[in-house]
Design a protein around this ligand. Structure first.
Ligand code: MN
Ligand code: MN
Length: 468
């Protein structure tokens, strides 16, 4: 062996996935990414994504867990939680007490929620007041076309699903921003203060009705339109869940179409590839579970977040229908023997901002799916920190399955940081590791990912289900 060969055998090299992938993998990647883009276009809220996932699951032969009385090897079931979570499982051949393989992703993305009393008018223009959801840079949201999505009850007590701004002939909505000519004061502020939360008001109308005894003539005209079209009144907003999201579609990015640009890819890119993973696998030996959750961007709180008891309940119900019983001890045994891929995105190194990343340990767009031993911040705080045993096993499964993967971390030490659902799942005494797609411009209205990484995430989740 020459010294050069020895050097190569001793060192670990990172390589762009496009340089390694075979032609058939590239064409499979292209097809998967086209389908992923349509998923992004039809799912811009957690509820819409759950609906898409449920439809895809039913098409792939999954049945509602609530409707079956017993389960056997190879059966495919799903369970919904309040329209915002979906649990999917393919029953394996191995004794379930030895554990299951779970991949979990989140369906919520940073956005603007309408306040409960949102509608007002000022200077003959009507606006909707918003409260931002998740960690976003407020300056990125004015002057882009916005759509209105969500759930609202009409005066007859019927629940309506709104989606305005997505069709080509739909109107869109916008948050205005100051012209540079008059922005002297604004431009000298810190970026966190340049756009204030209470100024993120969405323009919704400007055609006053010439009604003599009515003071708010534009608000009146907007309410009249809303009432004519949807049967709603101002009071309907009090109980509504309306999300303001970018109105544009997912696009290919780059002359070579190597990237996808779209709103909501954190974490729908991992949610979609996890979903496709569980839909596309043959009967596994260990029972395979995919869970798509809500509320990750605000701490995984509440009954639809990863901290909810829903997942445990679904596992217990599934086990009971499979084996005839599921005591607390049996449930704890299953959970403790299980492994979870926390399918969430990582930060891709941005060449415009190299100084925030540590080049040897950050993930790069196009270098494959990123496997992160830990996330967190300030000395691994809030990180579940996967064990050597788990990282070793996962790495071996990826290598054996031909998955191109890289390590990742969320930026340089003390530069910031963040968490995922991993810590909450790990608290159940499960082995958990973060695994997902590196993203550029994360949490912006137009996040960018490399198609090769989307494809490798899909391959990674499938390999996890089949070989872990
Ligand atoms: Mn995420
Ligand atoms: Mn996020």
């Amino acid at each position: 062996m020459t010294d050069k060969e020895l050097y190569e055998s001793l060192t670990m090299e990172r390589k762009n996935a496009y340089l390694i992938m075979k032609d058939d993998e590239k064409s499979e990647m292209k097809k998967l990414c086209d389908e992923y883009r349509s998923f992004l276009d039809s799912g811009k809220t957690e509820r819409e994504c759950v609906r898409e996932a449920e439809a895809a699951a039913i098409k792939a032969g999954f049945v509602d867990l609530d409707t079956v009385t017993s389960l056997k090897r190879g059966d495919k079931v799903y369970k919904l939680n309040r329209g915002k979570n979906i649990f999917m499982a393919v029953i394996g051949s191995e004794d379930i007490s030895k554990g299951i393989n779970i991949a979990g992703a989140h369906l919520d993305s940073p956005r603007l929620d309408l306040k409960q009393n949102p509608l007002y008018e000022s200077t003959d223009m009507a606006f909707l007041k918003t409260h931002y959801y998740g960690g976003l840079k407020k300056y990125q949201w004015p002057t882009i076309p916005l759509a209105i999505h969500g759930v609202i009850y009409n005066t007859d007590g019927e629940k309506l699903e709104l989606s305005i701004g997505e069709k080509d002939d739909d109107p869109v909505f916008v948050i205005t921003d100051l012209l540079p000519h008059l922005a002297k004061d604004q431009m000298s502020k810190k970026m966190t203060e340049g756009i204030e939360g209470e100024n993120m008001n969405v323009l919704i109308g400007g055609m006053p009705i010439d009604a003599e005894d009515v003071k708010e003539k534009v608000k009146f005209s907007v309410l009249k339109l809303l009432n004519q079209r949807y049967g709603i009144t101002e009071k309907s907003f009090v109980s509504a869940e309306i999300e303001i999201v970018p109105a544009y579609k997912a696009r290919n990015v780059g002359l070579d179409e190597s990237f996808i640009g779209a709103y909501g890819q954190d974490d729908r890119v991992c949610a979609y590839t996890t979903l496709r993973g569980i839909l596309d696998i043959p009967a596994p030996s260990k029972t395979a579970v995919a869970i798509l959750v809500d509320k990750e961007e605000i701490g995984s709180m509440g009954n639809t977040g990863a901290q909810s008891a829903f997942m445990l309940m679904a596992i217990a119900e599934m086990t009971e229908k499979l084996t005839g019983s599921c005591t607390i001890t049996e449930l704890n045994r299953i959970v403790s023997n299980s492994v979870c891929m926390s399918s969430d995105v990582s930060a891709a190194v941005d060449p415009n901002y190299l100084s925030v990343s540590e080049e040897r340990n950050s993930s790069y767009a196009g270098y494959g799916v990123a496997i992160m031993k830990y996330t967190g911040a300030r000395g691994k705080y809030d990180s579940s920190d996967a064990s050597a045993e788990l990282v070793h096993r996962i790495g071996a499964v990826m290598d054996e399955s031909g998955v191109i993967w890289q390590t990742g971390e969320l930026g340089k030490i003390d530069q910031g940081g963040g968490g995922t659902i991993a810590q909450y799942v790990a608290n159940l005494n499960m082995d958990v590791i973060d695994c997902g797609v590196p993203v550029l411009s994360m949490h912006s209205p137009f996040e960018v990912v490399a198609k090769s990484d989307v494809y490798m995430a899909y391959r990674a989740y499938k390999a996890f289900y089949m070989s872990m």
